[in-house]
Design a protein around this ligand. Structure first.
Ligand code: XMP
Length: 520
């Protein structure tokens, strides 16, 4: 189904860091929406887009400054429901006859509580049922007089007009950010707004997939595309989606750098080549990488060597594809959030730790990043829509430099072999106990120390192994997974019995911060 048949909501972006979260909340409510930077929205483009409602995002500017961003004035005469968030509220007031003042003592950042002054609006269904509502504020300026036709519904110490509305015109505005996690009841406001606007809730991940396929075809045309496959969820979903869009115009390249987990290369090949019939080049470059890493123990040097070789190898194999014009990447929204520029909308910056960073410039390739609007759990939902096996979709993240950063000190083939086995036993334990899906990421690391032990009646002098398992939402912060002592004891026994070369097991109980998830 094309999106033309869906109810459409337009988000006019004034540059807030959390604008994408508005889109995410709306997708959760089965609403099709697009984010357009304010500079691109004119009265004519508004009419052409034909939204059923419009949301004005927050943003860093001050409506009191000359030439501060505005939506087209026509927005307010089209009979459309409008919801203004933070800067969006202030800009509505400024344009409709209210006043906005500089912060002074009224600036608010962080958690605040809004008190109801009136709840007789459908926008507040399900709000204030248990008293004040917690919200998240982030504003310097504030509205000091509301525009004619508006009424106050909620107030906070720093925002006397925290919630205002002109129900007759279906104009609503809030000073806080209902889209963020710290406004726990925020989704309800969006739900109420879209209900007021008459949305049917007719959008789904299936429709998103169809739309993404259409966009990929339009962008790529007949050109060839190459995609670096890591075996992780993001690049896999991107590859399968693109393959569905353009078939064999896509070639994937999977680099085996000798730092993969047990059976990883085999699984990736079987998944892509055998299961999906996607053209796949497997570059066996173990000797190259391990040779270059020989004797290297500094973590940053390891990463740099791997990053550089990765680009060289990828480039070598990608050139064989012929005249590829595009590079596909599984970049997610959290990866680009820093590079969403206020001025021009999303800009093409690749995170430095990305495997193929630097390639587009070197090879003159354009990027295709079909997941860049999505969050991890949405990518998993899209993967399910594309029919990827559940076990594949649920896989824990695995870093580009692979086992190298789980092997502090010098990397040797002996250590890698021990590490692979230890990791496989640990993951098997987690699966057997039904814990895999509760954990963001779990792995073993091999420590650069040998310790003395006793097995049977003999002395052992083997490596120590550290286990790491964390919960996380996005990998930016993480908590240690609270295994039971029984589980840890059983796992330690299995590891020492089944894996030759380790005689001591520790569990890493450092959260992030101050630790990082990986050891290096
Ligand atoms: P840290 O160790 O920084 O890891 O807490 C956060 C998340 O990122 C993954 N990670 C990487 N992924 N290339 C990647 O593709 C890398 O160089 C890299 N370094 C860390 C890590 O596994 C965790 O999920």
């Amino acid at each position: 189904m094309s999106t033309d048949t869906h109810d459409r909501l337009l988000i006019i972006d004034f540059g807030s860091q959390v604008t994408q979260l508005i889109a995410r909340r709306l997708r959760e409510l089965n609403v099709y929406c697009e984010i357009h930077p304010y500079q691109k929205v004119t009265a004519a483009s508004l009419r052409a887009f034909s939204p059923k409602a419009v949301i004005l995002s927050g943003g860093p500017a001050s409506v009191l400054d000359d030439a501060s961003p505005r939506p087209p004035a026509a927005l307010f005469t089209m009979g459309l429901p409008v919801l203004g968030i933070c800067y969006g509220q202030q800009v509505m007031m400024k344009m409709l006859g209210g006043t906005v003042e500089r912060g002074g003592g009224n600036a608010e950042f962080g958690r605040a509580y809004v008190r109801a002054t009136d709840t007789q609006t459908d926008l507040l269904n399900g709000w204030f049922t248990k008293g004040d509502e917690q919200v998240w504020m982030s504003h310097g300026d504030h509205v000091s007089a509301i525009a004619p036709g508006f009424q106050v519904y909620g107030t906070s110490p720093g925002a006397p007009f925290a919630i205002i509305a002109d129900p007759a015109r279906r104009f609503y505005a809030v000073q806080f950010h209902p889209e963020v996690h710290h406004t726990p009841n925020g989704t309800r406001l969006y739900e109420n707004f879209i209900r007021i606007a008459g949305f049917r809730g007719d959008w789904s991940m299936g429709a998103y997939k169809d739309e993404a396929i259409r966009k990929i075809r339009a962008r790529v045309g007949n050109a060839k595309v190459i995609c670096g496959l890591s075996g992780g969820v993001d690049s896999s979903v991107a590859a399968v989606l693109i393959h569905e869009a353009i078939g064999n115009q896509l070639t994937c390249v999977f680099v085996d750098h000798g730092l993969l987990r047990q059976d990883e290369a085999k699984e990736v090949v079987s998944m892509f080549r055998d299961h999906y019939n996607i053209p796949l080049i497997v570059a066996d470059e173990q000797e190259l990488f391990l040779g270059a890493l020989d004797g290297v123990s500094d973590p940053e040097t390891k990463r740099k060597i791997i990053g550089k070789l990765f680009i060289d190898v990828f480039q070598k194999h990608a050139s064989a594809v012929g005249d590829a014009k595009f590079l596909a990447q599984g970049t997610l929204y959290p990866d680009v959030i820093e590079s969403v520029s206020f001025a021009g909308g999303p800009s093409v910056t690749i995170k430095s730790h990305h495997n193929v960073g630097g390639l587009p410039e070197k090879m003159g390739l354009k990027l295709v990043e079909p997941l860049r609007e999505l969050f991890k759990d949405e990518v998993r939902a899209l993967g399910r829509e594309l029919g990827l096996p559940a076990a594949f979709i649920g896989r824990h993240p695995f870093p580009g430099p692979g086992l190298a950063i789980r092997c502090p000190g010098e990397i040797t083939r002996e250590k890698l072999a021990i590490l692979r086995q230890a990791d496989a036993v640990f993951i098997d334990q987690i699966r057997r106990h039904g814990l895999y899906d509760e954990i963001w990421q779990a792995f073993a690391a091999i420590l650069p120390v040998r310790t003395v032990g006793v097995m049977g009646d003999g002395r052992t002098y083997d490596f120590a192994c550290a286990l790491r398992a964390v919960t996380s939402v996005d990998g930016m912060t993480a908590d240690v997974y609270p295994f039971s002592h029984a589980f840890l004891g059983e796992t330690a026994t299995r590891l020492i019995n089944e894996v030759r070369g380790i005689n001591r097991v520790t569990y890493d109980i450092t959260s992030k911060p101050p630790g990082t998830i990986e050891w290096e």
